[in-house]
Design a protein around this ligand. Structure first.
Ligand code: 2PG
Ligand code: MG
Length: 403
């Protein structure tokens, strides 16, 4: 496929902030953006969004791209000239254009060798209650949970998971409404913001879990994104909500207790983004009974993942393509994680659009989970794309769906 036309412009994301949209031969990708970003994430733009747009708009690449691996030719030309958001949008659009020209799905281009007889669909992990950097309203600013995300997931295909995770979200709304006597408000990711403490929020999640089991017979697992680097100041975890401080040693014990008490199956960024050692301590303390997941710790960076593997720091990794930009590197991270039995969780960002690229990426490279809420058109776009993939596989009599 010849790259004939590259168009770049800005659009507004779900937070109303500017982000880059890149079109290649008429196929478009919009980059997301984070708010609780890791220190080691690649820069979203080289100098500025405007400069990246200027570089990309009308860029005459005159290159032939026929396979995923050919993206190296693109990187040779653009490396150092644009940031990670722009590179992610450019490369994804090139892959979409290739898929369109060949009459294939994006995931087929990303992984033509995917064996459909043994494929799996990612489990959907959805933010339900929120705190931290994503929840900000005058009424709750001082009292919101310090933990950023209270998550649910069930062991079901995307269509059923969409139903169950939506029920859990509704259940949480009802509980908060009863507790506070008014409708709760939504945060950046459409999770319910509140003035609950971390443990009160976990109690609500436990009630949600029990009620969902009673009404639907489905067990939901509960997880957390602590996003702890956000409140790690001068060597101490500063909890604003109940005005407590915890040293790194105490933080390890505290998180281990929560995992036990609430039977948590997943905890993301429980410790600071520099602290591989304490992550390893936590993982061994809980006997690997819960996923200890790196996000700010690893930033979708192969070198940081290698360090995490060496130090036995994690057994799960968040994969956010725009943390690194290069799809070749994203693929490298996914494969390296799998080889080392580390669970992979492809994730949305808090600032999103209706772009659904990450759904194809998660399926193509057989991620274990996709992290995205099920509320709001930006988040639903990813889930709906997975439901579409699921339905197409069912229609093609995929052996996975045979009784
Ligand atoms: C996270 C993400 C997504 P942000 O911390 O996992 O929920 O937040 O995109 O703001 O980095
Ligand atoms: Mg995170």
């Amino acid at each position: 496929m010849l790259i004939k036309e590259v168009i770049a412009r800005y659009v507004r994301d779900s937070r109303g902030e500017k982000t880059i949209a890149v079109s290649v031969n008429g196929c478009v990708t919009i980059a997301p953006s984070g708010k609780s970003t890791g220190k080691y994430e690649a820069k979203p733009y080289n100098v500025s969004l405007e400069q990246d747009i200027k570089f990309l708009h009308g860029l005459n690449l005159s290159l032939n791209v026929n396979y995923f691996e050919d993206l190296f030719k693109i990187e040779k030309i653009v490396n150092g000239k644009i940031g990670a958001n722009s590179l992610f949008a450019l490369e994804s659009s090139i892959m979409k254009a290739l898929a369109s020209e060949k009459g294939k799905e994006l995931w087929e281009i990303l992984n033509p060798a995917l064996d459909l007889s043994v494929m799996k669909l990612p489990r959907i992990l959805s933010n339900t209650l929120g705190g931290g950097a994503h929840s900000h309203s005058n009424s709750i600013e001082k009292e919101k949970p310090d933990f950023q995300e209270f998550l649910v997931t069930c062991n079901a295909d995307p269509s059923r998971a969409l139903e169950i995770n939506t029920l859990a979200y509704e259940e949480a709304r009802q509980i908060l409404k009863t507790l506070f006597g008014q409708e709760p408000i939504k945060n950046d990711e459409n999770a319910w913001a509140s003035s609950l403490s971390n443990e009160q929020a976990l109690e609500v999640m436990k009630d949600v879990q029990e009620n969902i089991f009673e009404t639907s017979g489905v067990h939901i697992d509960i997880g957390l994104d602590v996003a702890s680097s956000q409140f790690f100041k001068h060597g101490i975890y500063e909890y604003l909500n109940q005005n407590k401080i915890r040293t790194p040693r105490i933080q390890v014990r505290f998180i281990a207790e929560l995992i036990k008490k609430y039977n948590l199956f997943y905890v993301e960024d429980p410790l600071d983004e520099e602290d591989f050692g304490r992550h390893a301590e936590l993982l061994s303390l809980i006997n690997k009974k819960c996923l200890i997941v790196g996000d700010d710790l690893t930033t979708t960076n192969p070198e940081r993942l290698k360090k995490a593997i060496k130090e036995k720091a994690i057994n799960g990794i968040i994969v956010k393509p725009n943390q690194i930009g290069s799809l070749l590197k994203v693929h490298e991270v996914m494969m390296l994680a799998k080889k080392n039995k580390i669970y992979t969780i492809v994730s949305h960002r808090s600032g999103e659009s209706v772009d659904n690229t990450i759904a194809d990426l998660a399926f193509a490279w057989q991620a274990d989970f996709i992290k995205t809420p099920v509320i709001g058109r930006e988040r639903l776009a990813k889930v709906k794309r997975l439901v579409e993939i699921e339905n197409n596989l069912r229609l093609s009599s995929n052996p996975r769906f045979k009784r």
